[in-house]
Every structure is written in structure tokens, then in C-alpha cells.
Design a protein around this ligand. Structure first.
Ligand code: FDP
Length: 341
């Protein structure tokens, strides 16, 4: 592999160079994935720039619903969806697109079709937009195995069948984290170059962490194992220190921190929401794929998250993601509850 990028930042490992290097390990590859990824990267840059301007756009639009040019302002999540839909279709490499923003799947017109199916949440954590908290785009990619008329069945598949997954976080910096099934790498947008540069090579989540991340406001409705686990985090009985609580409420930001610092993120089932809140195809699967590739685990309370098979495009599932040992601990609590019943 080309490890040539140096610390003096004169020989930069851009995301395109990185993926081309990966591609060269597969001589049969025709570069389709690299082209698809370039279009996803373009979408991320566009959304990043729109998110950065959002506060300003709002200010100059205050007089009414229109901005100074008299154009109607689109909500950022609607705009992001349009950007990704257009970028993915025009790549000529996709056939089925599933977006959080759209009820139905889009089957790409035959002239623009390729073998990849992309499931994505164009702007996750959108309740955080107006207060400037980090938000992000999440995506997962499946590949058709043979040439056939694409249908939604091509994405109603277990997460372990994905060929790649990632997210782009629009925060104090813009960071794209990607796995093509051979580890996890993080790239940070250099705004002066307009390029994503490899800044977090081969991300490995610590085996155990000191942070737990969950919406404690739902505690009254939690299932037994979640309540028992969080109690252990706060009042450990084995002499260890209590864990710290960090919850941003924006999945991309919470998972990014969990990947880098270790710990556990939970969006469990509760009495009101037996399937939790997070969507299987474009939230649970991509994040579970990344977590496993980084050495962590992803568990639904019943099974390995990547073994789930969604019945419908927007199905939800409870999810626990994070450091290997921390997830092992909560799995043991679920197993004990199963035996007690
Ligand atoms: P949001 O509602 O702001 O779009 O699934 C969306 C999501 O954010 C995730 O990004 C986040 O992890 C979760 O919901 C937060 O949910 P709660 O507000 O119920 O904690």
C-alpha cells in the first residue's frame, strides 16, 4: 500500500488516493466504487458548506421566508437530501437509493444505473441544527451480486452484507469516517484545499471505556438490563470508578466520540418504544458496521445488530454500540434476564 503521506503535510493522503490504493489490491476492480465514493464526498462537502452557512443564512433571511436574493430558503435536511440524491444518481453507479427523508425507495433510471445500493440519512440529528451542535450524514452501501432489475429487496438485507459504511460529521471540523470492510479510517476536510485528508488512520476503539451515553430522560420506561447496566455505570460494586455520562443527542457525534474515546452508546427499547428509536438501515447498520470494523460490538438486546434483517425500509431497532468489553457486560445482563424468564 502507498503509505507515502508525510507528517509535514506536503504529501497528503486524500480520501481519493486512499480509496484508489485500496482498489489497486483488487486488480479486477473497474473503479466503480471510487467513482461512487467521490460523489458521496462531493455531497458531504456541499452539506458541510451549507451547515456552516446556516446561521448566517437564517440571519439574513430574518425579514421573511426568503433570503436577500429573494430565493425561498430550503430547510437544511431537505436541501441535504436533494444534494445526495442528485450526487448519487449522477454517479452512474447506483440502482436503489433509500433516504431517511423519503418514504419510498428510489429505483434509479436504467440509463444511470450501476450495481450499488445506497441507504443514507442525509442530515442526522437535525433537532440540533438550530443550536449549532454537531450533526452528520450516515451512509451504508450494498452491492448487487448479479445483473437484475433492482427492487427494494436488494436493500432489505442484513447489515453484514454491506460492502461499506461511513458517516460525515459536521462539527468543529468536518470529518468523514469510512470502512470498506478492512478497518476504519477517518479523514478531515482541509477547507483551504477542499480535500478530505487522512487524519485518523486505522481507528481502533479502546477495549473498554469510561463513558456511557444514553438519553436518561427515558429511564422510567427502560427495560431491566438497560436499567441495571446504567446503575452499574453510576454505582459500580467492583471497586472501579463510576463512568462519566456524555450524551449529545446527535448520533453521529455520540458515535464519533465513542469510537475515539471508547465506552458505550445505548438507544434501548423502552415501554413506549419497543423497537427503540433508531432506524435499522441507515443508522443502526452503518454504525454497527463501523463499530465492528474498529474492534467493538453492536448488539440489539437480542442479537448481533448486523444479523438483523429489516422487513421495511424505515424499520427501527434498539441498539447498544461500543467498546468490546462494555458491550459484553450488557449482553450478560440480557442473557441473565432471558434465563430468569
Ligand atoms: P434527531 O432526532 O435530532 O434527528 O435518529 C435521530 C436522532 O436525532 C439521533 O441522531 C440521535 O442519536 C437521537 O435521535 C436522539 O434521540 P433523543 O432525543 O430521543 O435522545
Amino acid at each position: 500500500m502507498d503509505h507515502g503521506a508525510d507528517a509535514n503535510r506536503t504529501d497528503l493522503m486524500t480520501i481519493t488516493r486512499f480509496v484508489l490504493n485500496e482498489q489497486s489490491k483488487h486488480p479486477e476492480s473497474r473503479g466503480d466504487f471510487t467513482i461512487l465514493l467521490n460523489h458521496i464526498v462531493l455531497g458531504c462537502k456541499f452539506v458541510c458548506s451549507s451547515v456552516n452557512k446556516a446561521g448566517l443564512a437564517k440571519l439574513i433571511g430574518l425579514a421573511g421566508e426568503t433570503n436577500v436574493q429573494g430565493e425561498e430558503q430550503k430547510k437544511l435536511d431537505v436541501l441535504s437530501n436533494e444534494v445526495f440524491m442528485k450526487a448519487l444518481k449522477s454517479s452512474g453507479r447506483t440502482c436503489v437509493l433509500v433516504s431517511e427523508e423519503e418514504e419510498e425507495a428510489t429505483i434509479v433510471e436504467p440509463a444511470l444505473r450501476g450495481k450499488y445500493c445506497v441507504v443514507f440519512d442525509p442530515l442526522d440529528g437535525s433537532s440540533n441544527i438550530d443550536c449549532g451542535v454537531s450533526i452528520g450524514t450516515i451512509f451504508g452501501i450494498y452491492a448487487l451480486k448479479d445483473v437484475h432489475e433492482p427492487t427494494i429487496e436488494d436493500v432489505l438485507l442484513p447489515g453484514k452484507n454491506m460492502v461499506a459504511a461511513g458517516y460525515c460529521m459536521y462539527g468543529s471540523s468536518c470529518t468523514l469516517v469510512l470502512s470498506t470492510g478492512a478497518g476504519v479510517n477517518g479523514f478531515t476536510l482541509d477547507p483551504s484545499l477542499g480535500e478530505f485528508i487522512l487524519t485518523h488512520p486505522d481507528i481502533k476503539i479502546p477495549k473498554q471505556g469510561k463513558i456511557y451515553s444514553v438519553n436518561e430522560g427515558n429511564a422510567k420506561n427502560w427495560d431491566g438490563p438497560t436499567a441495571a447496566y446504567v446503575k452499574k455505570c453510576k454505582f459500580p460494586e467492583d471497586g472501579s470508578s463510576p463512568k462519566s455520562l456524555r450524551y449529545i443527542g446527535s448520533m453521529v457525534a455520540d458515535i464519533h466520540r465513542t469510537l475515539l474515546y471508547g465506552g458505550i452508546f445505548l438507544y434501548p427499547a423502552d415501554k413506549k418504544n419497543p423497537n427503540g428509536k433508531l432506524r435499522i438501515l441507515y443508522e443502526v447498520f452503518p454504525m454497527s458496521f463501523l463499530m465492528e470494523q474498529a474492534g467493538g460490538q453492536a448488539f440489539t438486546g437480542k442479537e448481533r445488530a448486523l444479523d438483523l434483517v429489516p422487513n421495511k425500509l424505515h424499520d427501527r431497532s434498539p441498539i447498544v454500540l461500543g467498546s468490546y468489553d462494555d458491550v459484553e457486560e450488557i449482553k450478560a445482563l440480557y442473557a441473565a434476564e432471558g434465563k430468569a424468564q
